[in-house]
Design a protein around this ligand. Structure first.
Ligand code: HEC
Length: 122
């Protein structure tokens, strides 16, 4: 044993257990990441999101449902005050970018905000 190493080399059976544990730990981390991750949902989410929003056929409503249902069921416009929406939607844009969703374009942003503020709580 070299004088530079303060620890003796562990016996090989211990090394094997240690490597096994590392591998399991890595698998667990990957599994958790997949579970916690915000994966793109299938169209079933969009369908589930259909009811209960004002002017559901309007362009604003369509964009809102499309762009806001990737991660959670979007709360209805009347759940927040008009002046709260820009800040919230800005934060949602960050969430999209951080999670590798295509960002909302400026034009879509304007239409979504128009829609949310028009039907907001006040
Ligand atoms: C990329 C994923 C993602 C998308 C897409 C997304 N959200 Fe969110 N949303 C989140 C996360 C994560 C939170 C909780 C953390 C937070 O509040 O920032 C949240 C929270 C919220 C909240 C509660 C927060 C508050 O301050 O009241 C509202 C309202 C909301 N989202 C609305 C929207 C709207 C509207 C859109 C579409 C413009 C949208 N979300 C799109 C991820 C997302």
């Amino acid at each position: 044993m070299s004088i530079l190493s303060p620890f003796p080399t562990p016996p090989s059976w211990l090394q094997r257990i240690y490597r096994g544990a590392l591998k399991q730990c890595a698998l667990l981390v990957v599994a958790l990441a997949v579970l916690a991750g915000c994966s793109p949902k299938t169209s079933s989410t969009a369908a589930a999101v259909g009811a209960g929003y004002p002017e559901p056929e309007s362009m604003g409503a369509m964009l809102f449902k499309q762009r806001c249902s990737d991660c959670h069921v979007p709360p209805p416009p009347a759940s927040r005050k008009a002046h709260d929406w820009p800040q919230i939607v800005g934060r949602m844009q960050n969430h999209r970018i951080m999670n590798n969703f295509a960002p909302i374009t400026n034009d879509e942003m304007r239409q979504i905000l128009d829609y949310l503020q028009k039907h907001a709580a006040g």
